[in-house]
Structure formats: structure tokens, C-alpha cells
Design a protein around this ligand. Structure first.
Ligand code: FRU
Length: 487
């Protein structure tokens, strides 16, 4: 621990105590989603299952709800619903990460946790000049207990990345295959083409670039937060590209998150990428990361937020000193050539007070403050609309096969997003105090979004025309988060 580390720790703890109360008083404080204690949260980092516990690290800027130097916040849990707040795991306290412990991942081996991340350093002058101006260092921090990280080792600097790259190389995701370790990093080359660098290592410390993954046609200027994994016999390349123009109802957000199926060999130029598919159609979803747990499930957690949205929409939580949250953990599977996402089964333990209705066209009920809805559609001859808390509208237009999520003023600038879905079979909805996650057809399409309904508004209204089905409603209990304090 150096002097800077001690000061940052003191300052963070002091702020969390001072401002934490104000955050707790916010009626929009989430109850079953992970959010920052104070300040700003972005990408999930270092997701892993280690010694029987789930570890969720995240980009954390405690000093300002609108961002700033990033640390790694840390939550742990044995069941993904009862959490411990482990305090801040990594501070920006070294010359090679002094402007941010940027995103990265975890590798578990020999009883140790290896965290790889990007040490961000902004040089004097125009640090946003893309060719130079920034150091994006690859750093390793090792822990023997999953909680304390005593030493940080600088593994690579800009000089170690290929010549044709800009200073934008970041977000290492590391895994092991046979006897080799692999790492993918997001990159932007000097011609402004977003791509992924693949590195290999035999000892976890010395890395060499072995390949570059890019689409045949340019697809954005920067690819952030890559992830590459095998699932049900397919190779999935996940990424968050920047610089994609909207195309009809596609690519509506400022930046996207999605995946390609990769055919061939990611280690050589002998590969092809299929069609880019968006992972989520809502307003607030970015930089997802996956990991495998001890049950062998591939679980995804995303940032329920997006960078650079200030001119588009906002979050009133900033007035209470915090902003953004993580999505529910979702299990990934492949079905009919598509990646599908389902909230992990553990979340069902939060259900209580189940109510069920046979639906025939219309239904008007009172909802609890936070809830889950499962609507099974047996027969649908025409359109339907589900109106939640008078400000959120979920509509399905049967003739066009179009599903839309829309908000009025409670979206704080969020208007509407749509997706094509030919036959709607079911809809699952998780509504927290200020967020919604919609899963259509068992997770074929997902919408994640923040919204800010009137605190005492409780109505749920279904308006259908020739709709038959069953609607089940559960109140959602709050997750527990025990505060372990700082280390
Ligand atoms: C994605 C991202 C990453 C970076 C991190 C910094 O949201 O821009 O590329 O490592 O956030 O907080």
C-alpha cells in the first residue's frame, strides 16, 4: 500500500459515509440490482466464481456521480441475491494507472485470482487526441483471497501494441485453453477501424499479439470490452462497438453492444465473423462481460447505462449523488442460432405474494412497488398494450410483428425502442424502483432501461384485442447487501 492508496482509501470511505445516506434517501435507489454506494458506476469487471463465491467488480468513480477517475468497486455473493459490499478493490494509485483503473477481467488458477485491467494515463495536453496522448497499460493484480490485491504488475505499455494502433487499446479479457493463456483487447487502429487484438502467453505475464479480429467491412471506429467464449459448440465474440450509425430500428443507442458468431480459428487469419447481433434493445445497456460459474453456466452481466448520454437523456439520481447500475445476471444459451438471455434462476428466490390472472383482452391491477410479471400468450389475434405505472408502454403490433418499449416523461428523455418479433409467445418483465428489464420469448430479445415513475404509482393495465393468456405477478423482495466496509 502506498501513500496515494492510503489517501484515496480515506477519501473514498469518508465520502461513502458522508454521502451514502443521501443516496439511501433516494426513492429511486434500486432494490434488487447492484448500484454504487455513492458516485458513478459503469462496466462490470473481473466477473468470476472463486472459492464458492461470485465476485462482481465494477468501474467505480465515488467522487462524482457524473464520472471521474475510475477504481474497481467490489461485491461478493454466494447466491447472487445476498451480497457483501467489499469496498474498493483497486485504486488508481500507481504511475501506470493514475487516471483510472479501467476495465478488465479475472482468471482463476491454482487457488489465486488474477485480475487483468487497463491502467489509464492521460498525458499532458490533448489526451483525447487518439493517436497519442494516452497510455493504455495492461496491468496484472493477483490475490490469494479474492479480496486483497497487494501488488500490481505492469505487463504491457503502448510500445508493446502493434505499430498501426492508436493509443486506444483496452479492456483485457483473459482465459486459458489447454496450456495457453489468451487475452483479447478492444482496439482502434490509425485508420479509425474498430477491432480486437488477440494475445497469447504461456505464463500469464509475458504476452504476444498473435492475431487481429475485425469485420470484413468497417464496423465502427472503436471496439470496447471484447469477450470471446465457446457456448454450446459455437464461438461467440462479444464486443461494444462505437461509431455505428442507426439503421431503421437497429443501432439506436449512442454506442452498441452485441456479438458475432466466429467461424474458424480466432488464433489465425483463418476465421470469419457472421452477422453482428445486438444483445439488448433498451436505452441503458453497455459493456457486458461474461464468466463461467462452478455449475458450468455462462453468465452475463451488463452495465445498465451508457457513456456520453448527457445530451440525450438523463438520470435524476444524480441529484442524490449516484448514477447507473448493473443488470440482473443472465444465463446465456444458444437456441436456433441465436444467443438467448435468461435471468439466473436464483433471482426467483426474491419472488413473493404471487398472484395470477387468466387474461382475456383487458386487465387492470395494482402492482407492488417492485415486481416481476410473466405474461404467457396463448392466443393473440391483434395488438396489445401493457401500461406500467402510467408512464411505461409495452406494445405489440401483430400485423407488423413489432414490439415497442416507450416512455413518457418518466423516461427523462428516453422515448421508444422497437424490435421485430414475428410470434410473441411470452414476456417477462422485471421492474425495480427505477429500472426495467424485458425478456421476450424466453430471452430471444431483451430491453434494459432506466425509468423514473411517480413513487406511489402502482397501476398495471393490459389492453388487448383478442388476447388470451395468463399473467403472473410477483412482488420482488430487496436483495440484501451487507456492508463489509473498506479493506
Ligand atoms: C466502456 C469503457 C471501457 C473502459 C472503461 C472506463 O464503458 O469505456 O472501454 O475501460 O469504460 O471506465
Amino acid at each position: 500500500m502506498n501513500a496515494l492508496n492510503r489517501d484515496l482509501k480515506k477519501l473514498t470511505t469518508w465520502l461513502e459515509e458522508l454521502k451514502g445516506q443521501c443516496v439511501k434517501e433516494d426513492p429511486y435507489c434500486l432494490t434488487f440490482h447492484l448500484m454504487p454506494k455513492v458516485g458513478w458506476l459503469n462496466d462490470p469487471n473481473g466477473l468470476c466464481h472463486y472459492n464458492g463465491e461470485y465476485h462482481v467488480f465494477f468501474q467505480y468513480a465515488p467522487f462524482d456521480a457524473k464520472g471521474g477517475a475510475k477504481f474497481w468497486g467490489h461485491y461478493t455473493s454466494i447466491d447472487m441475491i445476498n451480497w457483501q459490499d467489499e469496498g474498493t478493490a483497486l485504486y488508481a494509485d500507481q504511475p501506470f494507472d493514475c487516471h483510472g483503473v479501467y476495465s478488465g477481467s479475472a482468471l482463476i488458477e491454482d487457488g489465486k485470482m488474477y485480475l487483468y485491467y487497463t491502467g489509464n494515463v492521460k498525458e499532458m495536453g490533448d489526451y483525447d487526441y487518439i493517436i497519442k496522448g494516452r497510455q493504455h497499460n495492461t496491468v496484472l493484480a493477483v490475490s490469494e483471497d479474492g479480496r486483497t490485491f497487494k501488488h500490481k504488475q505492469l505487463l504491457m505499455t503502448n510500445a508493446d501494441y502493434p505499430e498501426n494502433m492508436t493509443a486506444h487499446i483496452r479492456d483485457p479479457k483473459v482465459w486459458k485453453e489447454n496450456d495457453t493463456y489468451y487475452m483479447v483487447q478492444g482496439a482502434r487502429d490509425k485508420e479509425d477501424v474498430g477491432q480486437i487484438l488477440v494475445f497469447a502467453s504461456s505464463d500469464k505475464v509475458n504476452w504476444k499479439v498473435i492475431n487481429t479480429l475485425r469485420s470484413s467491412e468497417k464496423f465502427g471506429y472503436m471496439w470496447e470490452c471484447p469477450d470471446l467464449f465457446e457456448l454450446d459448440g459455437d464461438t461467440v465474440l462479444m464486443l461494444s462497438p462505437q461509431g455505428i450509425e442507426a439503421e431503421g430500428i437497429k443501432y439506436q443507442n449512442i454506442y452498441q453492444s452485441g456479438y458475432y458468431f466466429l467461424k474458424g480459428d480466432f488464433k489465425t487469419s483463418n476465421y470469419t465473423l457472421g452477422q453482428f447481433e445486438e444483445l439488448d434493445r433498451g436505452f441503458d445497456f453497455y459493456a457486458p462481460q461474461t464468466f463461467i460459474d462452478e455449475k458450468g453456466r455462462r453468465i452475463l452481466i451488463g452495465w445498465m447505462g451508457l457513456p456520453d448520454i448527457d445530451d440525450l437523456y438523463s438520470n435524476p439520481t444524480v441529484a442524490y449523488g449516484w448514477q447507473h447500475a448493473l443488470t440482473l445476471p443472465r444465463e446465456l444459451q444458444i437456441k436456433d442460432g441465436k444467443l438467448i438471455q435468461k435471468p439466473v434462476i436464483e433471482i426467483e428466490a426474491l419472488r413473493q405474494n404471487e398472484q395470477e390472472w387468466a387474461v382475456k383482452d383487458t386487465l387492470k391491477v395494482e402492482a407492488p412497488k417492485t415486481f416481476e410479471i410473466d405474461l404467457k400468450v396463448d392466443l393473440l389475434k391483434d395488438d396489445f398494450e401493457l401500461i406500467i405505472k402510467k408512464g411505461m408502454y409495452l406494445t405489440y403490433k401483430k400485423a407488423e410483428g413489432l414490439f415497442t418499449l416507450a416512455f413518457d416523461g418518466c423516461g427523462y428523455g428516453r422515448d421508444k425502442r422497437s424490435v421485430k418479433i414475428d410470434v410473441l409467445r411470452n414476456l417477462r418483465l422485471f421492474v425495480d424502483t427505477s429500472s426495467v428489464e424485458v425478456f421476450l420469448n424466453d430471452g430471444e430479445e431483451v430491453f434494459s432501461s432506466r425509468f423514473y415513475p411517480e413513487a406511489d404509482e402502482r397501476s398495471i393495465e393490459l389492453r388487448g384485442h383478442s388476447l388470451e393468456g395468463k399473467l403472473t405477478l410477483w412482488e420482488m423482495k430487496a436483495m440484501t447487501i451487507e456492508n463489509k466496509g473498506d479493506k
